[in-house]
Design a protein around this ligand. Structure first.
Ligand code: NAI
Ligand code: MG
Length: 362
């Protein structure tokens, strides 16, 4: 049976980089390597223009029915004055909520050809391949109370609340452990149990889950030390699991050890279906719609293509195919091909289509 992809290119460069994914899908199907059926919808500003909502009910249903959603990027100055609940980002938030995507996977990989472009020494990052697993639906970004109170004396008080329950920690640590088994069998769990009750519970639950994975090496690390170690010696890590806030910061820091925004993929996974065991999932580049370069054909499609490689790996278990796509990306970089955002020393650059075509050819 065909495997169902739902493509949501979105706005700005989202539409340009998604075309390169479509070409890869069409080619894989034509070679009999895959049997993907794919449909596209509107999300973000373009959906607002068409339907008055950042995503229509019909497209939401298609996303829920798909085996994987491939998402480009949303937003742009054109929609700056749109009502808050209909703004482009609302489409992505709705998808994350309704697909119940609680696990955000952010890899940091060093492409050898780009190792010298990093601010870190080559020996620190050459061969780097780490995966940060960030809890995405709980913690201080959502906990109640969440208020700003006027104290009346020219002072205000702001309150955010960090809340985690056992099941939320248990399921995200299991995701990290399962992923580690497909990698180097090593997990670091980062929290601040020295000063936060939520950290105490986080570690208690993580340690208990780790007992179910005797084959996976498990380490506790304080989140501030994790930040330091990521910069000092990042190759000591394989998988790092942490909460929403620390994960937001640590994943951005880890990603920038090696990459530029146009290179960074991500995946967000939901709970396994009770009947089929399949997880809902959404794959997207980390960057936004880049209005400053949209329409000029210069956007780097690598973050988008690498996100699609994650879909091959995590939603369809097409591991060899994901490896080949990632190797093709690495290989065109080794050949010296660069889009403008990753060009060094005034090298000649290529546009979105040329980069996509070169990767497909490999
Ligand atoms: P951005 O990521 O769109 O762009 C930041 C800078 O990086 C720009 O100079 C851009 O040209 C460059 N850049 C980004 N991706 C690139 C690529 N693939 N190739 C070459 N250069 C690339 O972030 P910015 O400018 O803060 O936001 C622009 C719009 O995107 C806003 O409306 C924002 O809300 C939205 N946004 C959407 C996201 C999403 O859809 N998940 C995430 C982040 C921002
Ligand atoms: Mg962030």
């Amino acid at each position: 049976m065909a495997q169902k992809l739902f493509l949501l290119p979105g706005d700005g460069i989202g539409t340009e980089i998604m075309k390169e994914v479509e070409k890869v899908i069409a080619w894989l199907n034509s070679q009999g390597e895959t049997d993907f059926s794919f449909d596209s919808g509107l999300v973000g500003g373009c959906a607002y223009d068409a339907h008055g909502e950042a995503i229509s009910e019909e497209d939401m249903q298609k996303a829920l029915a798909a085996d994987a959603v491939i998402f480009g990027a949303v937003g742009g100055p054109k929609w700056d004055k749109v009502p808050y609940e209909k703004r482009p980002e609302a489409g992505l938030l709705r998808l994350r909520k309704d697909l119940k995507l609680f696990a955000n996977l952010r890899p940091a990989i060093c492409y050898p050809a780009l190792a010298d472009a990093s601010s870190l020494k080559r020996e620190l990052i050459e061969g780097l391949d780490i995966l940060i697993v960030r809890e995405l639906t709980g913690g201080v970004y959502f906990g109640e109370p969440k208020t700003i109170t006027d104290l009346g004396n020219g002072q205000k008080r702001a309150i955010d609340t960090q809340v985690y329950e056992t099941y939320e920690i248990d399921r995200i640590v299991r995701v990290a452990m399962d992923l580690a088994r497909t990698r180097k069998n090593k997990v670091h769990s980062a929290d601040k149990k020295n000063v936060m009750k939520s950290g105490v519970l986080w570690d208690e639950v993580a340690q208990a889950v780790a007992k179910d994975y005797p084959d996976v090496e498990f380490h506790h690390i304080l989140a501030d030390n994790a930040a330091m170690q990521l910069v000092r010696n990042p190759k000591q890590f394989d998988v790092m699991v942490t909460d929403n806030l620390f994960g937001d910061i640590l994943s951005d820091a880890a990603a920038m050890l090696t990459g530029s925004l146009g290179m960074l993929p991500s995946a967000s996974l939901g709970a396994p279906d009770a009947v089929t065991g399949k997880r809902k999932a959404l794959y997207e580049p980390v960057h936004g719609s880049a209005p400053d370069i949209a329409g000029t054909g210069v956007a780097n499609p690598i973050a988008m293509l690498a996100s699609f490689a994650m879909a091959l790996r995590y939603s369809f278990n097409l591991v060899a195919l994901a490896d080949r796509l990632e190797a093709a990306i690495s290989s065109v970089l080794a050949d010296g091909l660069r889009t403008g955002d990753i060009a060094q020393d005034n090298r000649k650059t290529v546009g979105t289509e040329e980069m996509g075509a070169a990767i497909l050819k490999k």
